[in-house]
Design a protein around this ligand. Sequence first.
Ligand code: G3H
Ligand code: 13P
Ligand code: ZN
Length: 314
Amino acid sequence: MSLVTGKEILDAANVGGYAVGAFNINNMEIFQGIIRAAEEKNSPVIIATSESAIKYAGINYLVSMVKTAANITSVPIALHLDHGKNFEVIQKCIKYGYTSLMIDASHLSLDENIEETKKVVKTAHTHNVSVEAELGRLQGIEDNVSVLERDAILVNPQDAKLFVEETEIDSLAPAIGTSHGAFKFKGEAELDFERLDETKNLTKIPLVLHGASSVPENILKKAAKYGAKIPGAKGVPTEHIKKVIKLGINKINIDTDLRLAFTTAIREVFANSPEQFDPRKILGPARNAIYDVVKEKIDILGSADKAWEEELVL
Ligand code: G3H
Ligand code: 13P
Ligand code: ZN
């Protein structure tokens, strides 16, 4: 199967009421762990590369690797640019065959965000590449945040309706209280479910949750056992993830949980086998750890057995 578009994967998820994982990759082992899990679960999958991942690994290597997998696997794969901010990078991704991209102009005013997003949609849609955009800021909402502050940080559902109509984007990432990384909440994990519900009702299109890692306790414990120092780490509880999917989230972005699992497995090998220096004996277990995490995520998101049949290119 060749790569599919983000729109094909997310429209099906929107109709079916489930979510698909968008997993960030930076190297081959992370990628292979994700694909193995998607195949075993017969799940569509979105492979996300940030601008810094492209800088780190090289766009040629990333694209070749993902297209190779798409050619030999039966699960639908979309290749997505995560948080595209630079128009040149966006154009390059389109040229290299990405099938989905995010234009992140959420730091701009609503009008400027609309203008910037429209420009990207025009180019991307000409090449059958799907577009995601973002509204609001990815920032936690603490208990003491005032209503005014909350309004300034989070998505405004009326703005979202206008934004979707004006830009003709394929999916929207509304800020509802999540943030990137391992330190999402100081106190209770609080998300604005009402705002999400209203945004879905007014836009109807596939919605995306950024900063959706759960930062699992068992991985944190194991990481600490083998020397990690990441006190205060806290993610989005799995129950919240299930609830946002019911309210219309169709794409769940995961990077931090993969980073934690991958590096914890490496720490374990070094701690238990300090004589080891074969990269395969170190990165092999890390690849397995990615596989375990992704399999579990697919079950939570409800995308198992949602892959559709298409001819293999072989
Ligand atoms: O959105 C953030 C992703 O976790 C990617 O992060 O820019 O460090 O690759 P990165
Ligand atoms: P996490 O840091 O919660 O994994 O979020 C990743 C993300 O949103 C990528 O765009
Ligand atoms: Zn993100």
